[in-house]
Each structure stands twice: as C-alpha cells, then as structure tokens.
Design a protein around this ligand. Sequence first.
Ligand SMILES: *Cc1c(COP(=O)(O)O)cnc(C)c1O
Length: 487
Amino acid sequence: MKYYHSTRNSSISVNGAQAVLQGIAPDGGLFVPENFEKLDLEGLFSLDAYGLFARVLCALLGGWTEREMRETVVTGYRGRFETEEVTPLVTAGETHILELFRGPTSAFKDVALSLLPHFITRAAREERVTDEIRILTATSGDTGKAALAGFADVPGTSIAVFYPHGGVSEIQRRQMVTQRGQNVRVCAVRGNFDDAQTGVKAIFANEGLKARLKEKSVRLSSANSINLGRLAPQVAYYFKAYGDLLRRGVIRMGDAVNFAVPTGNFGDILAGEYARHMGLPVGKLLCASNRNRVLADYLATGVYDRRREFFHTASPSMDILVSSNLERCLHLLSGGDCALVADQMGQLQRQGYYRTPESVMKAFRRDFFGGYASDEDCFRAIDGLYRETNYLMDPHTAVAYAVSRAYRESTGDNRPMVVLATASPYKFAPDVLRALRQEDAQGFAALRRLQEKTGVPIPKNLSELEGLPELHRDVIDVSQMPEYVEK
Ligand SMILES: *Cc1c(COP(=O)(O)O)cnc(C)c1O
C-alpha cells in the first residue's frame, strides 16, 4: 500500500484512492507520495508506450495491478490520441520536441485528463462512494475542453464547465459549446475568468448546497491540476522521451538529458523532478516563463513575490502569478520539511510573498534553471525555427524553446535538450500567423490561412468544429452559478 501526506503536515496521511478523490488535503496542503519508487529503466524501455505509461503510473498511484492500469491507459488513449506513441518525440534542428498535444483537444492537458476520470471512478469504487461525482471547472480556455472531453459519458460522473462570457477565443468557445455527452454542461458566466473561478470556489465552500446535493447522491469534485491523478500521467512522458532518445542512439543509458518546460502552475515541470527521483537521468529542468516571470525571479533571488502587475500574453495558459504545484517541489527539495512549507504558504497568503532559505534554493538551482521570454522573443522563436526546420510551434512551446536557446548560449551546456510542446499551433493560429509575419486573420479563417502558408495539417478535432452544432447556449451571472450546479 502506498501512502500520501499533506505537504503541510505529515500526519495527514491517505491512500492513493483518497488522495485522488479529495484532490486537496484538508489543511490546504497538497498530497505528496511518502517515497518514490526507483524504476528499472532497461525493463521500462522494453515496453510499448501504453505499457510504459502503465508501469510509471502504478509506481506513483498505489493499489493498481499493472494489467488493470494498462487497460485504463488503453481506454483513455487508444483511438483518442493521434498516435499509439501518445506523446511522440520529433527532432527539429538540434532540438528534440516532445509533442504532448496529439490528444482529443490538441492541448497537453489531454494527457492527464483522458485518464483522470478513470482514476476518480475507480477511487470512488475502492472507497465505496456510490454518489455521482460532479466535476466543476472554471476555465480560461484550454482546461475546460480537455476536461469535457475526458469526462463526457464516463459512467458515475457529470461535469459542468464555466467560462468567461466573451473571454475565450472563438475556437476555444466553439470547442466547448459543441461538446457532446449526456453528462456535460457548458455555461458562459458574465464576468472575467477570476469571477468564474471565484464562483466555483464559493460553491465548493457552500455547505448548504453540498448537503442538498448529497441528498440527491451527488458529490462535488474538481479536475484541478493539483490533483495527484493529474500529475501522475505527466511523469510518464519524461521516461517515454528518454527511451526514444536511447532507441535512436542520441544518448547512451545513464546520459543526462535536459528538458525545457513552458511553465504556468508548475505541474508539468514538477513531473520532471518526480521522474528524476524515480531514477531517470534528468539534467537541468528549464523552467520557462513568459512576461509573468514570478518563477524566474524566484529561482534567481529566492523570493517568491506575487505582488506585481499581471500581464496578458500570447501564451495565456502560462499567465499565472501563483504556481500551486511549486508547493510540492518546495516540500521535496527541503527534504520534506512540512513546517517550512506551511510557514511559507502562510506568508504567501498573508503578505503575498515569501523568502526560501538559501539551503533549499541551492537544491532548486542544482535541478532547475529559470528563464523567461517576452511575446517578441516568442514570436521570433516561432519564425526562426520554422524558417530553419519547417517545424511549427505554438506560442507556449516557443517560450520554452526561446529559453532553451538562451540557456545553451549562456551556459555552454550541450547535453541533449527536449522541449515540451504543450499545444498545437492551430489552437493559437492568429498569433502564430503574426509571428510568421502573415496577414491578420481570426477564427477558422486563421486556421485555413496557417495551413495554406505552412502545409502543416490542421488537427481533425479543430477543423471539424466549424460544422458542428452549438449545443450549449446558457449565459448566467455569477450569482446564478449555485442554482445552475444544483439542477
Ligand atoms: C497548462 C498549460 C501550460 C502550463 O502547464 P503547468 O503544468 O500549469 O505549468 C503550458 N502550456 C499550455 C498550452 C497549457 O495549457
């Protein structure tokens, strides 16, 4: 049996099923594994992609046999991802690009959200929870669709997604409002993303509402990226990428590989640190930020300070000032010092900043490199790599690519570099066109224009959107959200 405890208190301890069902620990901390199992790499790399994912997932989430896990992985990915490789590795110039966006919504969040519903329903069975699990999500665009696609028609679950009315791109809106499924609801909220998010948080804190739902055998849950079930699948693709480099003769077993990660909430890059603790030879993890460079500043100074201006950038999924999963890394790199974590998170909440002791920052700087790229840097990177190699990146991926180039130049570290590609360029076609210095276009016209220019195929899930009927037309005020969830 594996156990997990809160980052803020090691005596708050649960099993894997409870960690997945609860999402967040009752003291506000995040669940972390008590220890990391070291994997036998030779054995792991002899498996196919599904088998590799299954083995890594079994090592992270307790209580599964490898066979059951493989079945779940196959159910989640086969026929839904474009390739049986799940996360293919491609090479462009000197850089290896790990494509995490080949799933049903062309966003990297598909990798985790295609499995999470199965983890949740299985955890509910294990814990003898018979209630329907109703997922509530506020989204600024990407997460909502990936969650809808993951939970649609999964027995025992339902999902409601709230997005800011007029606050997502036309493609993102179409992706959500065309979602099929008996158990899905999509609703626009008058207000911005923060209003929708605050509305969802208020529902989770509304005891009266939860009691009424309980009478109807409904229990609320979230598909938030702090859930252990969302983190675990992300660890697997670091192993997958390393195995691919090995097979292609780029590296020999034991060689260290660097990874550049476009970072927002710190989940994706934390997964790389977890892979390191499970025995993968990870070199530097490049933590790439956009103009909202809280993390780059933190790695440079040891001070995490969210008291700063918030910028809207061309990489909106990284426009974040509080990176929740950093808490797990702080726990790990402080040697499991829960008192320190609780103290620092308390300071963040009370005063908006904290300073991490130099001894812990030393460990951070050993494992991570922090960098950032402006929109201009990012556009230049898209254009530059496309001209050199014909590889087309989305703006999030381009932030990581730009940081990887700057890192190489400033350090001379020439170990193989894998850049994590987190979205299809077609999800952000208007900005990619701008980067390539093409005429402005919006919506589906931008998709077509980008395809004409580059010849890169439009992912089917995006091209077929134009012809799909809009099934969800609700628009409500924040004050109506509780009522909406109840019915
Ligand atoms: C969510 C997201 C990220 C950031 O990932 P984190 O795990 O939050 O750091 C980067 N790029 C895209 C396209 C995303 O959707």
